[in-house]
Design a protein around this ligand. Structure first.
Ligand code: SF4
Ligand code: SF4
Ligand code: SF4
Length: 473
């Protein structure tokens, strides 16, 4: 324990207090007067405001060890000590808190209430990384794929429809590919940054507002699921959009913040109503006494339930770029990669930074992949100083991408690396066995582009104009 002298601010350690003759070396107050009047425990924990949409702290469990502050400073370069500081909702502090004082903010009870109320159609959609993370909440080996049981459990819980966010990822890729080609042909703003990670979008917004135009305007896969469910699927099932509740199941605490953003309101309705973490889904299953391990394997509902292999690998760092490159090759070269070349190993691996150059249709395309805010910072400096140039940069806040998100099972810190590796490898394996491995060959995606009545571009894009809700220091 440490004490702070109120007179001069000097930090006095507990061992100093054992010394009967101790005097504060700065202001001279002796131990007895110091203890009587000035006993203040230095607050080492990150500040979590009551209105933080992603993180909750159980004060009674907090031992004020300061690990959360250190992790936030070391991996994000942020000091969150009061309400004026911007928390990017990444949840890295949760993953490292040794006492479980920090948890994701849970919203699953509200979703239970809506389901049990039976007044609304409740639609779930599951992010690629959840199927290889949920298994760990039920004692299965790290990274085990439980897609079929996950879908069945959501039906048992009472969700009316269960879709796959890998489908939304395919739509995001179609939009990003078109946007990138447009920028290359018309001398647009470079690099184009990926915009799927809300922590990254928030960080760029308050730290580098002058680069906000670099973000791809394509909505994230989750937001695309939400907006299409309310504006396309609603017509198919003949239900008013306001009578539908969209619930994303995600590996991420930051998506809870994303759902609240005002630039994700379409025709007066939020694209995303609730975002539940992998752990929250496991709690719902356990509280409902569902025997998860003995569930049958179910399939997603159709129309928005089929993702390509490219959509699956969105959960891995480098997956967005690989999916994009597969589709850019087709759009610019008018042909796909050969079967043996479609797994782009040059974009894979665990390194925090990777880059590559491709040539399609006479265009040179330079891409980079980076995860972790501290690594992004270094890259942004180089980009601003014109030391490097890229057409596209994929940025994810979490280590190895969304498979390493803080909404996944809370594991011992020394097991995280192994778990992330196995989740990552299993997503690549799932991609490999899919019949359709490219977004542009996804028949369900094609159907929406052919059938949607109205301006699809308008609802699939946003301007990320969220500065007013972010404190700029
Ligand atoms: S890491 Fe957990 S226990 Fe330690 S100060 Fe932070 S909230 Fe408290
Ligand atoms: S959620 Fe992320 S940014 Fe916010 S306090 Fe925790 S580590 Fe820091
Ligand atoms: S990398 Fe993925 S899981 Fe992590 S904050 Fe970003 S979107 Fe969420």
């Amino acid at each position: 324990m440490e004490f702070k002298c109120d007179l001069c601010g000097y930090i006095i350690l507990e061992e100093d207090m054992c010394d009967d003759f101790f005097r504060c070396p700065v202001c001279g107050v002796d131990k007895y007067h110091f203890v009587l009047h000035k006993k203040v425990v230095v607050d080492k924990k990150v500040f979590i405001s009551d209105d933080n949409l992603s993180i909750n702290r159980v004060q009674a469990k907090c031992i004020n060890c300061g690990v959360c502050s250190r992790v936030c400073k070391n991996s994000n370069g942020l000091v969150i000590s009061n309400e004026c500081d911007n928390c990017i909702n990444c949840g890295k502090c949760i993953m490292n808190c040794p006492t479980g004082a920090l948890t994701p903010k849970y919203n699953y009870r509200e979703v239970f209430d809506i389901i049990h109320d039976r007044k609304k159609i409740v639609v779930a959609f599951t992010a690629p990384a959840v199927r290889v993370g949920l298994s760990e909440c039920f004692g299965l080996p790290f990274g085990t794929n439980v897609e079929g049981k996950m879908v069945d459990s959501l039906r048992c819980l009472g969700f009316d429809y269960v879709f796959d966010t890998s489908f939304g990822a395919d739509v995001t890729i179609m939009e990003e590919a078109n946007e990138l080609i447009e920028r290359i042909k018309n001398n647009g703003v470079f690099p184009m940054f990926s915009s799927c990670c809300p922590s990254w979008v928030k960080y760029l917004n308050f730290k580098y507002p002058e680069m906000i135009q670099n973000l791809s305007t394509a909505k994230s896969p989750n937001a695309i699921m939400g907006v299409l469910i309310k504006n396309y699927f609603s017509n198919i099932i003949k239900v008013k959009p306001q009578d539908i509740v969209t619930v994303g199941i995600v590996p991420c605490t930051s998506k809870k913040y994303e759902a609240s953003r005002d630039d994700l309101i379409t025709n007066g309705l939020r694209d995303l109503d609730y975002m539940l973490t992998t752990t929250e889904l496991s709690i719902m299953i356990k509280e409902s006494n569902i025997d998860f391990l003995n569930l049958k394997d179910s399939k997603f509902d159709s129309i928005m339930g089929n993702g390509s292999g490219a959509g699956y690998i969105f959960g891995n760092s480098g997956g967005v770029t690989e999916a994009l490159i597969r589709t850019l090759k087709f759009m610019l070269d008018k042909e796909d990669f050969e079967e043996n070349d479609i797994s782009l190993n040059c974009l894979r691996g665990g390194a925090e930074f990777r880059d590559a150059t491709f040539n399609f249709g006479g265009l040179e395309i330079k891409v980079a992949i980076v995860y972790g805010v501290e690594n992004v910072e270094a890259l942004l400096k180089k980009i601003q100083n014109k030391e490097v140039f890229y057409h596209f940069v994929e940025v994810m806040t979490c280590e190895n991408g969304c498979i390493g998100g803080s909404g996944q099972a809370l594991l011992s810190i020394n097991k995280l690396h192994e778990a992330r590796d196995l989740r990552k490898n299993n997503l690549y394996k799932l991609d490999k066995i899919k019949n359709v491995r490219c977004a542009h060959h996804n028949k369900e995606v094609e159907k929406i582009y052919n059938e949607f009545k109205g301006n699809l571009l308008e609802i699939l894009h946003t301007d990320y104009n969220v500065k007013e809700e972010i404190k700029v220091k």
